[in-house]
Design a protein around this ligand. Sequence first.
Ligand SMILES: Cc1cc2nc3c(=O)[nH]c(=O)nc-3n(C[C@H](O)[C@H](O)[C@H](O)COP(=O)(O)OP(=O)(O)OC[C@H]3O[C@@H](n4cnc5c(N)ncnc54)[C@H](O)[C@@H]3O)c2cc1C
Length: 325
Amino acid sequence: MSVLVFVDHTQGSFKKKAFETVNYAAETAKRIGAEVTALVLGTVSDAELDLLGQYGAQKVLHVNDTRLDHFVAKAYTKAIVAAAQQSGAKVIVCSYNVSGKAVAGMVAMQLKAGLVSGAIDYPQTDNGFVVKKTVFSGKAFAHVKINSDIKVISLVPNSFSVSKTEGTAGKEILNVAFTDADFGVTKISEDVVKGEVPLSEAELVVSGGRGLKGPENWGILEDLGKALGATLACSRPVADAHWRPHHEHVGQTGGTIRPNLYVAVGISGAIQHLAGVNSSKTIVVINKDPEAPFFKAADYGVVGDAFEVLPKLTEAVNRFKENQH
Ligand SMILES: Cc1cc2nc3c(=O)[nH]c(=O)nc-3n(C[C@H](O)[C@H](O)[C@H](O)COP(=O)(O)OP(=O)(O)OC[C@H]3O[C@@H](n4cnc5c(N)ncnc54)[C@H](O)[C@@H]3O)c2cc1C
């Protein structure tokens, strides 16, 4: 019996959220008395695969097929189902990210498994198998009991900190009999954002809204981002107006993030925006309107003009950093 974890990589290297899913699978396996099998699709070096053992995988199944270097939902689903059957998986774990969201439902359907998408805690196994997840755009929690023999869980990134062990994992190549029909969709181009921690993995995020008035004013937000080492985000109207690129847009129709710190500047806090950010561990709101709805979701709030507050905050952060040396 195993817990199978589908581990994402970016051009052959694993990011924090990949190790987080392996950690999560290891804890789940401990709770149900199972082994952890990690599944990796596409081109990844042996040295990189070996890292998975340090995060709790006992075995790594590798489908070493270059056609899987880019995400293809149908082929990925087929490989995950094949790995689940080969390893006798009772629980299948993936990340609640773009690829995880796309495959979890299809895998669950093919294996006749119950699915909890967007889990934020380890399963409780004292009385059945119960998984905690957020509902109503992060405004409430639900505890969902999965009654089927096989269970699928997608884990919200940044739900846990990552921990390393001394473990090692055995590696095995898994051959999957793909057909051309499994690759019915082909990616023809990709724009990769370089030099930043991607929003989905960022622990610190500084985000701007329409209150910043225009793209020419983003420098003060970038300065704070740089001082904190934070990734930038924005509200939807900002991306729609092309002030900022769309990959920075968070909310119901954008990215869902769960950083340790979310600083919202000149953002009103509409429900659709909160849907993507209100699971952040600490929320700081800077808004000149004391009645802005975002203050209700904030841990800390500054009522003030962003154009005055931001430079002072950045200066304070830089001073604090200097004093640390
Ligand atoms: C179906 C649907 C889906 C949507 N999905 C999303 C989504 O995914 N993400 C999203 O963000 N929105 C989404 N929206 C839009 C959402 O409803 C809001 O319109 C949007 O979030 C507002 O963006 P904002 O807060 O930047 O702008 P505004 O609502 O215009 O707010 C600007 C804020 O800046 C403050 N401000 C102004 N000047 C300053 C200053 N000098 N200093 C400090 N504060 C200042 C104002 O007091 C105000 O609170 C969606 C809407 C719909 C209908």
